[in-house]
Design a protein around this ligand. Structure first.
Ligand SMILES: Cc1ncc(COP(=O)(O)O)c(C=O)c1O
Length: 490
């Protein structure tokens, strides 16, 4: 098949004419036309190669031959729904279950992360008989109505009247910028107490909590790593109130964190969610997803008497692809690679901290790494425009990275797991150069910027000073003053 069917300008014109304008594009003033991809590289229509540091969907590498072959072979034979017996469905469920704690043994296959989270809510409502949901500040769980309701990342743009009265927002367990920080004696307990307070508030209103939902590591929310023990303490409170714990692994699952297959396992062996949702990497680009839960929750869902039917979820092609993805992760030791290369990447970035005052925090697990840029390490003033500048300049050097978080000042690494140590060195070298240039232009010197660690008292006092006007690129590539609010996601 020819890689490019239309001239780039024609593609842009047709897109403007026929595609919904709220579907945003990366680098809108000069978008990239990608025509093929392989491993951790993407290629534009001129054959220019880009190093991909952002596509966590292409988990085992873009267009991995084993995955492509598994899908194509199954498509040649049969694709149908789960009302017929098929071995791919049960074999995939069995292999997926083997990566999880025993309690999580019943699968529902669906087609997107949003579908998975929507179904998770239905399971929770049915199992508990309760209605209210607790979510985290800055969370994103999907684009369907039920999930916009529980996604502050999106609904903060709505008026109070448009927000659901059944949804309650707990502080993000962010020990760098959040309410309780690394200098707090027990941030896990303090953040869990906040959830406890919300539960009390719900009870006072005469209602009950159905679920607490959180990503095991917040991604769009700014690559947040919750303090160890937080999930256990939240789960205790939520279960005590009759609710369930939903872990959203749509972005962070399938070995990305390196040390474990699932990011919720970072919290310790003693923590097992009641429901886990999976998406993006599960099909390496093929649209599929899954909800896994306990037998108890699944039986309660069945007891409503309503059949669950999903035309495409769990079809033989998707399951063949899912099986191939799990095989490749194992065969190529991609979890081990995430641990080794992710560790190397974090060390290299950490080393830049002494040199670059703009670099406020480096945090991550495996190949899920965030670099938070700040203009002031004490006030934690977000360096939003600078983060955008880094992204744009990297793009000019054919490296794809993105910035996210509530202030869009966190550089997000979530590359395909075949990312190499050389790739990590290349991108960190470029970031080093770009930060040097930016800091020179801004007149920033390392010695002039005390670290947050040494000035934690002052930093606490200025915690609320961060929602301010920033410089950012507009669509024409000019600069404008604007409050950061629009985001482009993968
Ligand atoms: C954490 C998380 N959950 C759910 C979703 C929704 O997944 P999808 O876009 O496949 O519907 C996303 C998408 O970005 C996500 O980041």
């Amino acid at each position: 098949m020819s890689a490019e069917r239309l001239e780039k300008k024609k593609t842009i014109d047709l897109r403007k004419k026929h595609i919904g304008p709220s579907c945003k594009i990366f680098f809108s003033h000069d978008p990239i036309k990608i025509v093929r991809a392989k491993g951790q590289y993407m290629y534009d229509e001129k054959g220019q190669r880009y190093l991909d540091c952002i596509n966590n969907v292409a988990h085992v590498g873009h267009c991995h031959p084993d995955v492509v072959k598994a899908g194509a072979q199954q498509m040649e034979v049969l694709n149908t729904n789960t009302r017929f017996l098929h071995d791919n469905l049960v074999l995939f469920a069995q292999k997926l279950q083997a990566t999880l704690p025993d309690k999580l043994c019943v699968c529902y296959f669906v087609n997107s992360g949003s579908e998975a989270n929507d179904l998770a809510l239905r399971l929770a409502w049915q199992y508990t008989g309760n209605r209210d949901v607790i979510t985290l500040e800055n969370a994103y769980h999907g684009h369907v109505s039920s999930l916009i309701d529980i996604s502050p990342y999106k609904f903060h743009q709505l008026s109070d009247a448009e927000q659901s009265q059944f949804v309650h927002v707990a502080p993000s367990p962010d020990v760098y910028r959040g309410k309780y920080r690394a200098d707090h004696p027990d941030p896990a307990a303090a953040y869990a107490d906040e959830v406890g307070n919300i539960i009390d508030h719900v009870h006072k209103k005469g209602r009950k909590v159905a679920a607490f939902i959180a990503e095991s590591l917040q991604s769009c929310g700014g690559q947040v790593i919750p303090p160890a023990g937080y999930f256990q303490q939240v789960a205790e409170r939520v279960r005590g109130a009759g609710g369930v714990f939903i872990a959203d692994e749509v972005q962070v699952g399938f070995g990305r964190v390196g040390s474990h297959f699932w990011a919720f396992q970072l919290q310790g062996e003693d923590f097992v969610p009641d429901i886990v949702t999976m998406g993006k990497p599960i099909g390496n680009g093929h649209p599929m997803s899954c909800v896994v839960t306990s037998r108890e929750v699944a039986e309660a869902f069945t007891s409503s008497g309503m059949e669950y039917f999903n035309t495409f979820g769990g079809n033989p092609v998707s399951c063949a692809i899912g099986l191939a993805v799990l095989d490749v992760i194992e065969k190529e030791d991609l979890r081990g690679n995430a641990l080794r290369v992710g560790g190397h990447l974090s060390v290299l970035l950490e080393e830049l901290k002494d040199k670059h005052p703009l670099l406020g925090d480096v945090r991550g697990r495996g190949l899920f790494v965030g670099v938070e840029l700040v203009k002031d390490r004490v006030k934690l003033t977000p360096a939003t425009a600078e983060a955008q500048e880094v992204i744009y300049r990297l793009k000019e050097q054919h490296i794809l990275l993105s910035a996210d978080g509530p202030h869009r000042n966190v550089l997000k690494f979530k590359p395909p797991l075949c990312f190499t140590a050389e790739d990590a060195e290349l991108v960190v070298g470029k970031i080093d150069q770009i930060l040097t240039e930016l800091e020179t232009a801004l007149g920033l010197k390392p010695s002039e910027t005390p670290t947050a660690e040494t000035e934690s008292g002052k930093r606490k006092a200025s915690r609320d000073e961060n929602g301010h006007v920033e410089l950012t690129h507009d669509d024409e590539g000019r600069r404008q003053q604007t409050k950061p609010k629009k985001r482009v996601r993968t």
